[in-house]
Design a protein around this ligand. Sequence first.
Ligand code: NDP
Length: 465
Amino acid sequence: MVSTSSTTRGADVYTVVNPATEQPVTDVPLASVEDTDAAIERAQEAFPAWRDVAPGERATLLRRFARVVDEHVEELAELEVRNAGHTWGNATWEAGNVRDCLNYYSAAPERLFGRQIPVAGGIDVTFHEPLGVVGVIVPWNFPMPIFGWGVAPALASGNTVVVKPAELTPLTAVRIGELALEAGIPEGVLTVIPGKGSVVGQRFVTHPLVRKVCFTGSTEVGKQIMAGCADQVKRCTLELGGKSANVIFADADLGAAAAAAPYAVFDNAGQDCCARSRILVERSAYDEFLGLLESSVKAMAVLDPSDRDSEMGPLISAQQRERVQGYVDEVDVAFTGSAPDGPGFWMPPTVVLAESAEQRIWREEVFGPVVSVLPFDDESDAVAKANDTEYGLSGSVYTNDVGKALRVARGIQAGNLSVNSHSSVRYWTPFGGYKQSGLGRELGPDAPNAFTEEKNVFISTEGTS
Ligand code: NDP
């Protein structure tokens, strides 16, 4: 039995482990610095030809890539269930999300508009020009979507891309890389390089040919990436941690809010940067809401992720479970849901009643199936408590008062708010964090521009000067 990441990391091979069974799945070779340099150089060689592909043709190639991914949704989902312990429903959605991102950004090449700006003595036009080689560093919590969010707009803008999947979850990225070639994306335009963050990821930061790094992961590593990129004034986008609030007002449909709350935090076993891991409840509704929440948490189907009824799977690794358990061991647990016995990195959905906003479990990103609940007194107290964090990624507001919903959504310092809903991510709307949750935005209509430099050209109409 292979159980911890420390026992599986060899010199140049990583044994992928199924987190639901602890059984080895397959071995994946890990790239060295030399392998990484060679891949970056190939990406640089492929860049001029890819940049010069006519916009309509690049669009056609991306649509073909999307179609090939669509033909392999089941296969990709099956791989993710085994590699990451994602539920069947989630994994299918995630593979479809890669397809949808590619389709959406396949409309970008013909729409990379510049502007014509009024000037005296001539005309002034702007161009969006690709950067060159873009490096995308993907975490283990959403291996497919985060791959697509970086790769699709970067390719659409005419960049070539090198991708480093997380060491724990390389399988779908490797397969999607193969599908790109099958779809006719030229060699060197998209390269997947499995390897260690400290080797491959770090090389994306230090290699001068990589002109932008898109990083999703921990705030700690994100800060190192940003500092490293500064050395070459390299562009970077950071999608980091979160400690998002789910604010429930007494006038909300409490039944609906309590039914939704477990999915807002326990989806993907809580390993979600958008997890609403702090529930704030208006004091007058606190007891009623907790009763309703207990029923909905206990009703969650925590099952082997290959069971199509499963709503929550295991944690990604023994190490991650240990880390999460460390937070739970410090506090009193109010109630939990269930989890399977036997092998697998399982933990039940767990609810904690916070004693103060100073507790570690209330302040730090736990990244597991744990939620803390705290009462608030009024609207301004709710906003103050929601904002009392270094993070600012997402959040929810439940109320039947539309004015209050808007005031609170505008008052919370976070990039992605939902009212009477816990959805955060649509590929056609912008996504990113305030404060230490990140830098820059992904997705939405503007994402392709984030992979370009804007060039200004003035053309004199009055002879040479
Ligand atoms: P990391 O931030 O270490 O990993 C994210 C990605 O960055 C992985 O691909 C990793 O590679 C890579 N990486 C690691 N170190 C470097 C480096 N020095 N230079 C370049 N790339 C690097 O997260 P962990 O996997 O260690 O998870 C730890 C905690 O981080 C979690 O418990 C959670 O709290 C948080 N986290 C948050 C995420 C989010 O979306 N907000 C996502 C993932 C983690 P490798 O896999 O080889 O280490």
